[in-house]
Ligand binder design. Structure first.
Ligand SMILES: Nc1ncnc2c1ncn2[C@@H]1O[C@H](COP(=O)(O)OP(=O)(O)OP(=O)(O)O)[C@@H](O)[C@H]1O
Ligand SMILES: [Mg+2]
Length: 302
């Protein structure tokens, strides 16, 4: 559904005039019915990659294919076709809000595609239900909503016209735990419906349970591509651990390591040392563990 072939994007910082390789020779694919998570530190190129896939940024080199069609720059017919195929929820929803009501905002793409008003209304209601937003918000300005509500409106706006490819930029940020769970379930459902999903996140823990693959970006390059099938493939844990911020994966590795008799520092108390010890272990499984100066993990679920 989406393929990037040797894609590079060079951007010039407007203030300093310094050029940055926001993407550097990136190859990646997302198939129908597949959810791929994009992780990487701030500035790694996640948003740039999603923008390229949405046809919003011109690539400096390489090719981008959506639904088997190679994107070319400045082709109006293609832009319209792409709008129908792709749904995007941006990292900062309020920057992309355009309309004066939630109703209009969520139905914007469907309207631009020329759908009949009744069909747009039905699509808006379906999308609001899918993201768990009350119809009471329909006539509110999207700009006056709470952070979590704005995210949901952005998600609903991405879904309403039923695109085949969804590009979601940190969709859970600013949501409470219930909202985050809802987003995860929604992604799972969209995947089961056969959509292709590419989701950027800082925290790989948020992707556990629904992502098929994880692409790790570092300074614009694909540093790693990992299958995320359960159980985790051997070695994947150590490579993903730096991107575990709610500690779900770190706790799991910690427990498994202790069960195998490895000594690793407690990640909650000494995250950096835990990661360093884990990396050393992954490189050389025969390496001696750290001196154990922390208690063993508690038994039972955590
Ligand atoms: N409009 C722009 N002009 C110049 N440089 C840019 C522009 N947008 C992004 N960059 C640079 O491109 C690189 C990649 O940025 P990008 O926003 O894609 O990262 P990201 O992984 O989404 O980060 P974050 O996790 O903070 O959202 C960074 O070095 C950034 O400074
Ligand atoms: Mg970003």
């Amino acid at each position: 559904m989406l393929a990037l072939r040797d894609v590079s994007v060079r951007l010039i910082d407007p203030e300093t005039g310094v050029a940055v390789n926001a993407l550097d020779s990136v190859f990646m694919e997302v198939e129908k019915g597949e959810a791929v998570v994009l992780v990487g530190e701030s500035g790694a190129g996640k948003t740039t990659l999603l923008s390229v896939a949405a046809g919003l940024i011109r690539v400096t080199a390489g090719s981008v294919f959506v639904g088997g069609r190679e994107l070319t720059w400045g082709d109006r017919g293609q832009d319209r076709w792409l709008r129908a195929k792709v749904g995007v929820a941006f990292q900062f929803p309020e920057r992309s809000f355009f309309a004066t009501t939630v109703r209009e905002e969520v139905g914007l793409t469907a309207s631009l595609l020329g759908w009949e008003p009744e069909r747009v209304t039905a699509a808006v209601e379906r999308a609001l239900s899918a993201v768990g937003l009350s119809f009471n918000l329909l006539d509110r300005s999207p700009f006056t909503l709470s952070g979590g509500e704005k995210r949901r409106v952005a998600l609903a706006a991405a879904l309403a016209h039923e695109p085949e490819l969804l590009l979601l930029d940190e969709p859970e940020v600013g949501m409470d735990l219930r909202g985050q769970k809802h987003v995860r379930e929604l992604i799972q459902r969209l995947k089961n419906e056969g959509k292709a999903l590419l989701v950027a996140t800082h925290d790989v823990d948020a992707a556990m349970g629904w992502a098929d693959r994880c692409v790790v970006l570092k300074k614009g390059r694909v540093a790693d591509t990992l299958a995320l099938t359960d159980p985790w493939p051997e070695g994947a844990g150590a490579r993903l651990a730096p991107y575990s911020w709610d500690y779900t994966l770190l706790r799991r590795i910690y427990r498994e390591a202790h069960a195998r008799g490895w000594t690793l520092p407690d990640p909650h108390r000494a995250r950096d040392r835990f990661l360093a010890a884990l990396t050393a272990r992954a490189k050389n499984p025969a390496a001696p563990g750290e001196a154990e100066d922390f208690p063993k993990p508690m038994e039972g679920p955590q």
